[in-house]
Design a protein around this ligand. Structure first.
Ligand SMILES: Cc1cc2nc3c(=O)[nH]c(=O)nc-3n(C[C@H](O)[C@H](O)[C@H](O)COP(=O)(O)OP(=O)(O)OC[C@H]3O[C@@H](n4cnc5c(N)ncnc54)[C@H](O)[C@@H]3O)c2cc1C
Length: 397
C-alpha cells in the first residue's frame, strides 16, 4: 500500500485537480519519491527522539523542498508560486509523517515570509540562504503561557536600550522550538499601546539569556519538537526588528491567512492519506467470511467520506489557486482552516472505527493520524476564533 498515491479515491470520478500544471506534477512526484526514501522509513525513530533529524532538513534544502519562494539573490529557487509550497505541505501530510508535516510549513510558509516581507537586509542575508538550504530552522513564537487566542495580551517585553532591545518573558507551544536557529518573536515594545505596542524581533539561538524547555510530551505529533522558550535579559540588536516598531500585530494579521490556508491544506491531505490506507485495510480484512469492503454499510460509509474529502479537495485547490493570485480573502482562509481541520478529525475518527481494535494501536497509521490531527483544530488560531473571524463581517453595519 503506497499511502502517497491517490489512486483509489480518484480512480472512479473524473474531477481533475484544478490549477496545477505538468511542472507541478513533476515536482510533486519527485517529492513523493523523496518522502518514500527519506521520511517514511525514519519517522518511527523521529517520534521516539521527539524531533526529526537535522540531516532531514539539509536533504530537503538540497532538493529544493524548503521555502522555494526564497529569491535567488538570497540562495533560494525564486519560485514565487504558492502552489509549490502547497504541494510540499500536502505530500508530507498525506504520508502521515506529522513531524516534518507541520514543521516544514511553519519554516517555509510562516517564518520565511516574515523575513522576506519585513526583514532588514542584514538579517535576510544572514538567514534566508540557510533557511533555503536547511542549515537553519525557523520557528514562530507568538503564544505565551497566559496568551494564545488573545494575542494582544502578550507580556514578553522588549525594552529599548539605545542600540539594542532587552527581552524578558517566555513563549510556549513553539513548533520547531527545540531545534530552531531563529524564532520570529512577538514582543511588547510599548506597554501602554495595546495592539499597537507589539513588535516582531528575530531572536537567534545562542543569544545570551535565551534558553529552551525540553520538547513537550504531546498526545500526538510525537516527532515535533514543540517546546517553551525563555528570555532572561536577552540583548537583541535593532537590526533584528522586523518592519516598523508597533506594527507587529498588524503584520501578524496580514501573514496569518497564509498560515491558515496551509494548515487547512495539511488537514485535508492527512485525511486523504488516512482514507486511502483505510480502503486498503477494508479490502484485506475479513469478517463473517468475506472482506469488510463487501459489507454495504461499510461501503456506504466510505462513499460518504470519499465524497466529503472530494468536496474539500475542490475547495482547497480553489483557495490555493486564489492565494497564488494573491486574491484569497481572510474569511476564505479562516473557512479553509476551520472546515478542513474539522473534516480531518471527523474522517480520521471514522477511519479508526473502521480499523476496529487495530485502529487504536500506535503502529497503525490511522492511530497516529488520529492523535496527530487533534492539535490542528487548536493552533494557527483555534477553530472557535476562525468562526469569530468568519462571522464578524456578516453582522457588520
Ligand atoms: C501542537 C501545538 C503547536 C503549536 N505551535 C505554535 C507555534 O509554533 N507558535 C505559537 O505561537 N503558538 C503555537 N501553538 C499555540 C496555539 O496557537 C495556541 O494554543 C492557540 O492559539 C490557543 O491558545 P491557548 O492555548 O492559549 O488557548 P486559549 O486562548 O486559552 O483558549 C482556550 C479555549 O477557549 C476558546 N476561546 C478563546 N477565545 C475565544 C473566543 N473569543 N470565543 C470563543 N472561544 C474562545 C479557544 O478556542 C479554546 O477552545 C501551538 C499549539 C499546539 C497545541
Amino acid at each position: 500500500m503506497d499511502i502517497l498515491k491517490a489512486t483509489e479515491l480518484q480512480k472512479f470520478n473524473n474531477i481533475e485537480r484544478q490549477g496545477f500544471d505538468e511542472e507541478h506534477d513533476m515536482f510533486r512526484q519527485s517529492l513523493e519519491d523523496f518522502v518514500r526514501k527519506e521520511v517514511i522509513p525514519h519517522h518511527d525513530k523521529w517520534e521516539r527522539q521527539k524531533m526529526v533529524d537535522r540531516s532531514f532538513w539539509e536533504k530537503m534544502g538540497q532538493n529544493g523542498f524548503l521555502a522555494p519562494q526564497i529569491p535567488e539573490a538570497y540562495g533560494g529557487l525564486g519560485l514565487d508560486d504558492y502552489r509549490y509550497n502547497a504541494i510540499i505541505a500536502e505530500v508530507l501530510n498525506r504520508s502521515g509523517c506529522s513531524g516534518p508535516g507541520i514543521g516544514v510549513p511553519v519554516h517555509s510558509d510562516i517564518v520565511v515570509p516574515y523575513l522576506i516581507h519585513y526583514g532588514q537586509e542584514e538579517v535576510k542575508k544572514k538567514w534566508l540562504p540557510k533557511m533555503a538550504d536547511g542549515t537553519a530552522i525557523g520557528a514562530i513564537a507568538m503564544s505565551e503561557p497566559g496568551a494564545g487566542s488573545d494575542l494582544k495580551n502578550i507580556k514578553t517585553t522588549a525594552v529599548d536600550m539605545g542600540d539594542h532591545f532587552l527581552v524578558n518573558g517566555s513563549k510556549t507551544f513553539i513548533t520547531n522550538g527545540y531545534q530552531c536557529d531563529i524564532a520570529v518573536t512577538a514582543v511588547r515594545t510599548d506597554p501602554q499601546a495595546g495592539a499597537k505596542g507589539i513588535s516582531l524581533l528575530v531572536i537567534e539561538t545562542g543569544m545570551e539569556g535565551y534558553s529552551k524547555g525540553e520538547p513537550f510530551e504531546k498526545i500526538g505529533m510525537h516527532a515535533q519538537d514543540t517546546c517553551e522558550l525563555f528570555f532572561d535579559n536577552v540583548k537583541v540588536p535593532k537590526t533584528h526588528v522586523l518592519g516598523d516598531l508597533g506594527q507587529g500585530f498588524a503584520y501578524m494579521m496580514t501573514e496569518l491567512p497564509q498560515e491558515r490556508i496551509i494548515v487547512g491544506a495539511c488537514g485535508l491531505a492527512a485525511a486523504e492519506g488516512a482514507l486511502e490506507v483505510t480502503i486498503g485495510y477494508l479490502r484485506e480484512r475479513e469478517a463473517f467470511g468475506k472482506p469488510l469492503s463487501h459489507m454495504q454499510t461499510i461501503r456506504h460509509k466510505i462513499a460518504e467520506l470519499a465524497t466529503e474529502v472530494q468536496i474539500g479537495r475542490v475547495f482547497v485547490d480553489r483557495c490555493i489557486e486564489l492565494h497564488t493570485q494573491k486574491k484569497l480573502t481572510n474569511i476564505s482562509a479562516s473557512m479553509v482552516k476551520a472546515s478542513m481541520t474539522d473534516l480531518q478529525c471527523r474522517v480520521i475518527d471514522e477511519c479508526v472505527q473502521l480499523h476496529g481494535g487495530y485502529g487504536y494501536i500506535w503502529e497503525y497509521n490511522v492511530a497516529r493520524a488520529y492523535a496527530d490531527a487533534r492539535a490542528q483544530k487548536i493552533y494557527a488560531g483555534s477553530n472557535e476564533i476562525m468562526k469569530e473571524l468568519i462571522s464578524r463581517p456578516l453582522w457588520r453595519g
